[in-house]
Structures are given as structure tokens and as C-alpha cells.
Design a protein around this ligand. Structure first.
Ligand SMILES: CC(=O)[C@@H](O)[C@H](O)COP(=O)(O)O
Ligand SMILES: NCC(=O)COP(=O)(O)O
Length: 245
């Protein structure tokens, strides 16, 4: 059965490879175009403060591409004044507020919304007033879900990195945590997304959480593209999601 869950393709790591040589190849915008042609429902890009992969000019070009294609751009950003200005300039479909540490290899956990409402709520309000959907990348806990709703988010994206790294009983416990948080978020009127570290198998597992409306997947798809090509990797991901529905 065709899954109603949207697949957002994160093209950050095309830029990681490009930046390794400081040139223009491979181009993340070309990857985004191919992803959309292969069935991605939207594009996700994380403009990190240190610009380690996606750059400002990538966001310029991705904004144009998504506008022309009529597909959503989900801009992942830290909660900073600089990023807020950039988001307001581009007005992407959605802005996903994420935590960032310069020293981290990847986004290691969810945004601490609980306890930081006074900093996050004004940013969420400014984005929402500009017509940008506000998504918060959080851990699957009741505390963070409740705080996300309190600061005015419309969407929560649960960090699935921990789920993907665990195995056996520990993974089952983490699944239950994701399910409980998804139910709570849905009951509070929040749209539920999930992402980080997902592959064909773990993305299929997420289909068992009925509240999930969107997955955002990058690192695995870009890695898989080395072997099978990006369109095939995306079509296989779509098929894995459909087969699990
Ligand atoms: C927030 C998130 O999960 C993605 O943006 C992911 O973090 C991208 O890869 P890096 O963490 O390596 O920048
Ligand atoms: N928000 C998660 C995301 O966009 C993709 O994360 P990953 O698949 O690159 O780990």
C-alpha cells in the first residue's frame, strides 16, 4: 500500500563531499533536483553555523529550485539571530530548529526546548508570523513535546538516532518512547515527523507509528547513492516505506 508518509530528502552530505575538495562537484542542488524527480516529497538542508556542508549560496539555489518545483524546503537551523535573518529572507516552507555544537560530528540529540522557552518562543513566533512552518527537532519525551507545543511549534521531528543505534530490547524500549511521544504530540495538535540515522529497515519501522507524517533522511541515502545512484536509493526507500504500510 502506498504510504501517506512524506519522504524529505536531506542533501547535506552531497555538500560534505563537495567541500572536501573545495570545488563545485558534487552539487547538492543537482542532487535535490534528482531527488525530487525520483519521488522525494521535499528537500531538507541544514545550514550549520560553521557552514561545514551546506552554504548560503546553496540555500539561495535550493530555495529557487523548490519554489520552481512547487515542493517544500525544510531549512534546518540553529536558534540564532543570524539564522533567523536567513530564514526570514528565504521564507522556506518550514524551519526546523535544531541544536548545534561546533565540536559535534553530527546532531547528537534533540533541541532542549523545556527550560529554554523564553529563548525559543520569540523565534518560533517570528517564523510563524512570516508564514514559515515551525518544526522543533526534539527527543521523544513528554517534557519536550509539551514544551514544543507551549512555544508555538506546529511540528515536532523526533530524533531517531538513538533508535537506529540500539538493538534488541533496548531498541524496543526506544520504539515505545517514540510511540508514546508521537501519541502525545498528536493529541496536542502537533504534526509528527521523524529523522536522523534512518535506513531502509529503520524507516520501515517508523511506519508502525501511525502519527508519523514525514521522515527526513539524508546520510544513508547519500551513502547508498554511491552504490546504486540517488534516484534508485530514493525509490528503494519509498518502496520500503510503502511495503511497511
Ligand atoms: C538535524 C539533523 O539530523 C540533520 O541535519 C543532520 O544533522 C545532518 O547531518 P550533520 O549532523 O552531519 O550536519
Ligand atoms: N532531520 C534529520 C535529517 O534531516 C536527516 O538526518 P540523517 O539521515 O542525515 O541522519
Amino acid at each position: 500500500m502506498a504510504s501517506p508518509v512524506r519522504l524529505g530528502v536531506n542533501i547535506d552530505h552531497v555538500a560534505t563531499v563537495r567541500n572536501a575538495r573545495g570545488g563545485v562537484h558534487p552539487d547538492p542542488v543537482r542532487a535535490a533536483r534528482e531527488a525530487l524527480a525520483a519521488g522525494a516529497d521535499g528537500i531538507t538542508a541544514h545550514l550549520r553555523e560553521d557552514r561545514r556542508h551546506i552554504t548560503d549560496s546553496d540555500i539561495d539555489a535550493l530555495s529557487l529550485l523548490c519554489a520552481e518545483a512547487g515542493r517544500p524546503l525544510n531549512l534546518e537551523m540553529a536558534v540564532t539571530d543570524e539564522m533567523l535573518v536567513i530564514a526570514l529572507r528565504h521564507r522556506p516552507h518550514a524551519a526546523c530548529l535544531v541544536p548545534e555544537r561546533r565540536e559535534e560530528v553530527t546532531t547528537e540529540g534533540g533541541l532542549a526546548v523545556a527550560g529554554h522557552e523564553a529563548r525559543i518562543a520569540p523565534v518560533a513566533k517570528t517564523l510563524a508570523e512570516a508564514g514559515i512552518r515551525v518544526s522543533l527537532f526534539i527527543e521523544p519525551t513528554a517534557e519536550q513535546v509539551d514544551a514544543a507545543q507551549a512555544v508555538g511549534a506546529q511540528v515536532v521531528e523526533f530524533h531517531t538516532g538513538r533508535y537506529c543505534h540500539l538493538a534488541g530490547d533496548d531498541r524496543a524500549v526506544e520504539f515505545d518512547r517514540l510511540q508514546a511521544a508521537a501519541t502525545r504530540a498528536f493529541d496536542l495538535g502537533l504534526e509528527v515527523h521523524a529523522g536522523h540515522g534512518l535506513d531502509y529497515v529503520t524507516a520501515a519501522h517508523m511506519m508502525d507509528i501511525a502519527e508519523v507524517r514525514e521522515l527526513n533522511i539524508g546520510h544513508f541515502l547519500i551513502g547508498e547513492a554511491v552504490f546504486v545512484g540517488l534516484p534508485t536509493a530514493i525509490r528503494r526507500m519509498r518502496a520500503a516505506m510503502d511495503a511497511a504500510t
